[in-house]
Design a protein around this ligand. Structure first.
Ligand code: FAD
Length: 641
């Protein structure tokens, strides 16, 4: 071996050991607040814990929409916000929470709903990225390895800060060749090692018999007639992505951030003399009215759309986003066991496809192809077919197009150097970019859901420096419980089941008591955490205990609760992001719509015209979800109904 190569390997594996030590907690440079040049700590630790306690108390209430809009309008040239965030996805809401808890004055505008973009359309994994680890290993790429270390650290933080919305999920890697067993076993043990003290559970080998017991629908023979030799099971985190996003937005609002959904930044404001960005012109999309928001720094967290915002400041700004679409399909629960996922490590064209249990159904995906930018991306029939083909090789279940209950597409905000040519989006780094575009405009993009918190931390650090802002303390989001985390425990559903009834209106119009069954109680605590009793109370006291759709635990009371406490402003906000019906079962979402609109109309005092418009908007939205009845054509193989 050439000495140069040997040296490189030595340096690489040295770095692996040092990095692992860091992950195991032997070094703490990353966490040390003294290493953070922005931690002024003018607030005492007692004051900080008082704030966090107030935020997580069950008596919380976010300011209502009118109050938030008035506060945004209240900014002026002489009294600007410290930071205005554009975009209410995971990244933008993470930025608002980070900045607000540092004692900065923060506004956030989201042109649709929190999580309406990519952040509701992910695979729902909170992960370090096993495939990046594979790349790191084979390409001796310390950069990739650092990404994995870092993401695993953030994985642990998300699971700690929002335990009600996340869970550890075992995932099975099937081996149909003998050599695959040691290969995947060693790779996944390395994943455990890299996670160190943040490991969720240890990976392990399952014999063929154990594998079949844990995953009865797994094929005993693959498409090449090779017999299953065994499987290796490893753990990652899983989340309810849009609920987590809305929870971050609400936590930010409780921390003092002024957040407004359905409010678009239509242009940026600039100082005529210096050319610095000084705020934005905002259009309230529910009323059509426009107003200015003044800020010392604008943080652009518009995800795949961040180039649009950058071009508002400089129309010649080079493109930094290569949008790539990823499709998922949702299948009935019998495709996968309740608590075991499946990873297809290499499809015919070398991609990774997951098949995971999620909220009582099975999610399979994803794809990766260059796309155009749109807020309502649609799954293409060939992408759906690709996923169904990929999983059908590993299942005894007859995989049918007619089983697809929902299919959706999301756009990855892959940040790339504009000088790099090529459209192979899988090869572009998933690390995030924070750049100071012009004075007063910071862009944060790329990365992944799992790393939203650290992306936010980095962006706020840059904003503080560039805007000479005066935070009251350093970043405190590492161990900050999100709303609902306090008072939650995995068994709290039993208290709901024992203490509440679902008072519901019978078909004859009478209010009658019904049991708070286990499925509904479990669903409420997994969705609202420690605040679930508040939803149960609405169901009990206001006669809103009926289910919204047959076969799903969503209750009418949730619509009222979300309208009052979670900025749920439209029917789509509810069926897609507060509840996940659109994603789980498009047909069920359609059926729930009339009642959802009726309850929202009562909460928001909608007139007849608004109700009609809501129905039309929701139907248009659901048409972009390609469930079996929406199939554009029959591929003849996975036959549509
Ligand atoms: C198919 C797929 C699967 C994925 N799976 C995973 C996974 O399992 N785990 C993981 O960690 N990551 C995953 N990711 C990545 C992750 O979902 C994204 O990195 C993350 O959601 C990006 O969040 P964001 O806030 O930057 O962007 P977005 O969620 O897109 O948010 C940007 C927001 O900005 C708003 N906006 C745009 N312009 C304006 C304007 N002018 N004014 C106001 N608002 C504006 C948009 O409406 C949008 O809501 C996946 C991504 C895809 C596409």
């Amino acid at each position: 071996m050439a000495s140069g190569t040997r040296l490189r390997r030595f340096a690489y594996y040295g770095a692996v050991v040092v990095g692992t030590a860091a992950a195991l907690g032997f070094t703490s440079a990353h966490n040390s607040s003294s290493a953070n040049p922005f931690s002024r700590d003018r607030r005492s630790s007692g004051e900080i814990s008082a704030i966090t306690e107030r935020m997580s108390s069950s008596g919380w209430r976010v300011p209502n929409r009118n109050t938030q809009e008035a506060a945004l309008r209240g900014s002026s040239e002489v009294s600007p916000f410290d930071v205005l965030v554009i975009g209410g996805g995971a990244t933008g809401c993470g930025v608002a929470l980070d900045a607000a808890t540092r004692g900065l004055r923060v506004g956030l505008v989201e042109r649709d709903d929190y999580s309406a973009g990519t952040s509701s359309r992910s695979t729902k994994l909170v992960h370090g990225g096993v495939r990046y680890l594979e790349k790191a290993f084979w390409q001796f790429d310390y950069g990739q390895l650092k990404l994995v270390f870092h993401a695993l650290e953030e994985r642990a933080r998300i699971l700690h800060n929002a335990p009600h919305l996340c869970n550890a999920l075992p995932t099975m890697t099937p081996c149909y060749e003998w050599w695959e067993i040691p290969y995947y076993w060693a790779g996944l043990k390395l994943y455990d090692l890299v996670a160190g003290s943040r490991m969720l559970h240890m990976s392990r080998y399952f014999s063929r018999k154990e594998s079949m017991e844990a995953f009865p629908t797994l094929a005993q023979q693959n498409a090449l007639h090779k017999t299953l030799k065994g499987t290796v099971v490893y753990y990652d985190g899983q989340m309810n992505d849009s609920r987590l996003n809305v929870t971050i937005a609400c936590t930010a609002a409780l921390a003092g951030a002024v957040v407004l959904n359905h409010a678009e930044a239509v242009s940026l404001k600039k100082d005529e003399v210096t050319g610095n960005v000084t705020g934005a012109r905002i259009r309230n999309k529910l009323t059509g009215k426009e107003f200015d928001v003044h800020a010392k720094v604008v943080i652009n967290a518009a995800g795949p759309f961040c180039d649009e915002v950058r071009k508002m400041a400089d129309k010649n700004a080079p493109q930094i986003i290569s949008p790539s679409s990823g499709v998922h399909v949702v299948l009935p629960d019998y495709y996968s066991p309740d608590h075991m996922g499946l990873i297809v490590p290499k499809t015919k064209d070398g991609r990774v496809v997951f098949m995971l249990p999620w909220l009582g159904r099975t999610v399979a995906g994803t794809t990766d192809s260059a796309t155009n930018l749109t807020m309502l991306p649609e799954a293409h029939e060939e992408e759906i077919e690709f996923i169904l083909d990929a999983i059908s090789d590993y299942l005894v279940v007859k995989v049918r197009r007619s089983d697809v209950m929902s299919a959706w597409s999301g756009i990855r905000p892959l940040a790339t150097d504009p000088n790099v040519k090529g459209t192979d989006t899988a090869s572009i780094s998933r690390d995030h970019v924070v750049c100071l575009d012009s004075d007063g405009l910071v862009t944060v993009t790329g990365g992944k859901w799992t790393t939203y918190r650290s992306m936010a931390e980095d962006a706020v650090d840059v904003a503080i420096k560039s805007g000479s802002l005066q935070p009251m303390n350093g970043c405190i989001t590492q161990a900050l419980p999100l709303v609902g985390a306090n008072g939650w425990d995995p068994s709290s559903f039993t208290v709901l089941a024992q203490n509440y009834v679902r008072m519901k209106r019978s078909y004859g119009g009478k209010i009658v008591p019904g049991a708070m069954d286990t499925a509904a109680a479990k669903h409420l605590v997994q969705t609202y955490g420690g605040l679930a009793p508040q939803v149960a109370l609405i169901a009990q006291l206001e006669g809103l205990g009926k289910r919204l759709a047959h076969g799903y635990p969503y209750l009418e009371a949730e619509v009222a609760y979300c309208a009052r406490n979670e900025y749920c402003e439209s029917a789509v906000d509810f069926i897609a992001r507060r509840a996940r019906l659109a994603f789980l079962d498009t047909d069920a979402a359609n059926r729930a719509l009339p009642r959802v609109i009726e309850i929202l109309a009562a909460e928001h005092r909608w007139d007849r015209a608004r109700r009609k418009a809501e129905m039309a908007d929701a139907i248009t939205f659901l048409e972009t979800f390609k469930f079996s009845r929406n199939a554009q054509f029959d591929d003849g193989k996975h036959r549509a109904r």
